[in-house]
Design a protein. Structure first.
Length: 299
């Protein structure tokens, strides 16, 4: 847990700076204080609804008192409460191999990088991993994925440029079954000429996977750019409506003061946050832990 906390701290330093909790201490909890706190939560992308809830309960419990460690603990608890998720944070593991994880997200969200990070993480746990490069429109992304796959020791199944993504998914399922692989990670396109085309393609890939492997996909993970704020939430709505996401990978939380977007995504989408991307390196990837996350915002 200490390692996780350190990584979070590094990734969320800007949000912590924005909160600047030390500056709260000793101040009177009056309207000016509440307005400022509200502004900081909004700026950090915590979202309007969650921010209003926090401000109301702080007003109720601390109005006209002096802001102290108790108030800090109170706000932390509120955030932890908003992030609480009854489902387990670990990825679902199928009772029969392979477990299939479908990864979706718009281009530029950090999808390729996140897949590489996830594959590396699973390899570090000694799991056998096959990658399906179903984004056949972006040869460069598939090349990049091949390089990562080679380094991590994963097999990659890819089609010729422009090949039917569903047929790549089909071949990858067969390969994973034949090899007895534990995990199949399916990359998907992040942009087609229209949103309808994209969603239709994702649905097609999903149904191919479902036909090949009963119970699959075991997770549908949506990669969202954490610097995108409310836009990320709109994307999540579109994807979830179409392919039914089971969790979110939120990227690029380093280098932005918008770490609060984690709360907004969790609140608005009711989806579990599975991992956070906190840098460009393969190891800059953390399973989400609400307590460690909130603690690092207040350090
Ligand atoms: P894709 O188009 O969604 O596949 O996105 P890529 O994986 O190619 O990532 C787009 C850019 O974002 C690249 O320059 C990545 O290095 C960068 N990136 C991805 N994840 C993170 C992250 O967690 N933090 C930072 N700082 N950069 C990231």
């Amino acid at each position: 847990i200490k390692g996780i906390l350190e990584r979070f701290k590094k990734g969320l330093a800007k949000t912590a700076q924005l909160f600047n909790v030390r500056s709260w201490l000793g101040r009177k909890v009056d309207q000016a204080f509440l307005d400022e706190l509200e502004g900081r939560l909004i700026q950090a992308d915590v979202g309007v609804a969650a921010t209003a809830r926090i401000i109301d309960s702080v007003r109720e419990a601390f109005a006209e008192k002096t802001a102290d460690e108790e108030l800090v603990g109170f706000v932390k608890d509120q955030l932890k409460e908003l992030l609480r998720d009854p489902s387990p944070d670990a990825l679902l593991v199928a009772s029969k191999k392979p477990s299939v994880y479908l990864i979706a997200g718009v281009n530029g969200s950090g999808k390729t990088t996140s897949i590489a990070k996830l594959a590396q993480r699973l390899r570090d746990q000694d799991k056998s991993v096959v990658l399906a490069a179903c984004d056949t429109f972006r040869a460069a992304a598939a090349d990049q994925l091949s390089i990562w796959a080679g380094r991590a020791g994963c097999e990659i199944v890819r089609g010729a440029p422009g090949a039917d993504p569903a047929s790549v998914a089909h071949d990858a399922c067969q390969r994973a079954l034949a090899r007895g692989s534990e995990i199949l990670i399916v990359d998907t396109a992040g942009r087609l000429h229209t949103q309808t085309h994209l969603m239709r393609e994702l649905e097609k890939i999903k149904s191919v996977v479902q036909r090949q492997i009963p119970g699959a996909p075991h997770e549908v993970l949506l990669v969202l750019d954490g610097t995108n704020g409310q836009n990320a939430i709109r994307q999540a709505e579109v994807f979830t409506k179409s392919i039914g996401c089971t969790g979110v990978i939120l990227t690029k939380l380093d280098g932005t003061a918008k770490g609060g977007v984690v709360v907004a995504v969790r609140q608005t989408m009711k989806l579990p946050i599975k991992f956070l991307g906190v840098g460009e390196g393969i190891e800059d990837f953390q399973p989400f832990d609400a307590d460690a996350f909130v603690e690092s915002l207040f350090s």
